[in-house]
Design a protein around this ligand. Sequence first.
Ligand SMILES: C[S@@+](CC[C@H](N)C(=O)[O-])C[C@H]1O[C@@H](n2cnc3c(N)ncnc32)[C@H](O)[C@@H]1O
Length: 415
Amino acid sequence: MASFREPPPRPFLKWVGGKRQLLPELLEAVDSSGPFRHYHEPFLGGGALFFSLARIGRIRARSYLSDANANLMDAYLGVRDEAENVIALLEGHRKVHSETHFYAVRASVPDTLAERAARIIYLNRTCYNGLYRENSKGQFNAPFGRYKNPLICDQENLRAVSQTLQNVDLGARDFAHVLQTAKPGDLVYFDPPYNPTSKTADFTAYCPGGFGADAQQRLAETCKALATRGVKVVLSNSMTEVTRTLYEDDFYTYGVTASRHVNSRADRRGKVSEALITSFPMRAEQPPSDQRRVPTHRQVHPHANAGSPAQPSGVLQRRPARQWLLDNHYQDVAALIDEITREWKLAGKQTRRNWWQILAGDTKGNSRVVEGRSFPVLRAAQLRMGVPVTPDAICRNPREEVPPVTVTGRWRKRA
Ligand SMILES: C[S@@+](CC[C@H](N)C(=O)[O-])C[C@H]1O[C@@H](n2cnc3c(N)ncnc32)[C@H](O)[C@@H]1O
């Protein structure tokens, strides 16, 4: 089965910690924030949320995208300002792609922006696992990946990305620079290297220097300073005691589960808890608009909650696609899912799929096939996944609602 790809513009680099799995919850958080003016993303990586917002028309003013990794930002700058040169150079790499060529490009230090951008994109597309790794000298050091047919030059997407980036301020800088650009009414999404959940689960070495406890502390202070000035803040991190301690008194804190595929050992991949932290409540728990208290800077001021209970917190639950299908006249589709999962169970397989993604169809709105069965393309699934609705997408229940992410339970308060 072809893997799911969103329509352009979509991330053009594979990035460790990419947020595709968490997109429904992040989009829900952005929706809950209400209208915003400028969008800021200071830990850009592959930019999954930015491109998703651009696709659904939520980016209306100039955006500010940055990352401390200068090689990464060169790739963005090159695609924004010299897309055609980058495409031509990538086509050149594609024609002579081999292990020897990969290592020659890896060792090279190009002079021009277009060459630097094409180098990073080429290496990212062809290296082992698409993992961007640098050594202590800031040199890319991931080994060659043995892919049959890597997509080295995705011309259509690079042009769409270039177009989208025209009204974007790009820079290689530390996240705290956002304090100089973000104004009241703007939205900032922080996706920092995560607090390690264990001593061996530290994926924070994107940049020389890493991202340790003092950087996490500095980040929490930056978030508080922004919220205090009326900037809307969304942050994702691992759900650890450290994260909780840093944010729970001043922010809304939610737990969420997401699949991660970073670990090279298959037995260590799987579901891990993540934290989603916002300076406003998620829509699912907001009171009706006539009773809504708009959070003011006083409510998120570091000392405003001292001695008072933590702000509302909860667990974001993914609504199982199967139940929604049963509630909205798609019994046949739910039965198809049951059939396939039963087969997997009988075969002793642990396979899990994001059925919303399957039901959203492929980039052209064609059905996707799982275990030889073709799935219909549903309008609600496309809306839920934040991809454009295609003309033939099915909607059987005119009153059906796009299944929201729901909030349940409470995040246990520290003793
Ligand atoms: C979890 S990744 C972001 C992933 C991204 N949201 C995506 O969808 O691909 C974290 C990013 O933070 C960057 N980073 C590390 N330290 C930083 C700092 N002090 N300031 C800004 N960015 C930093 C890394 O280079 C890395 O790209």
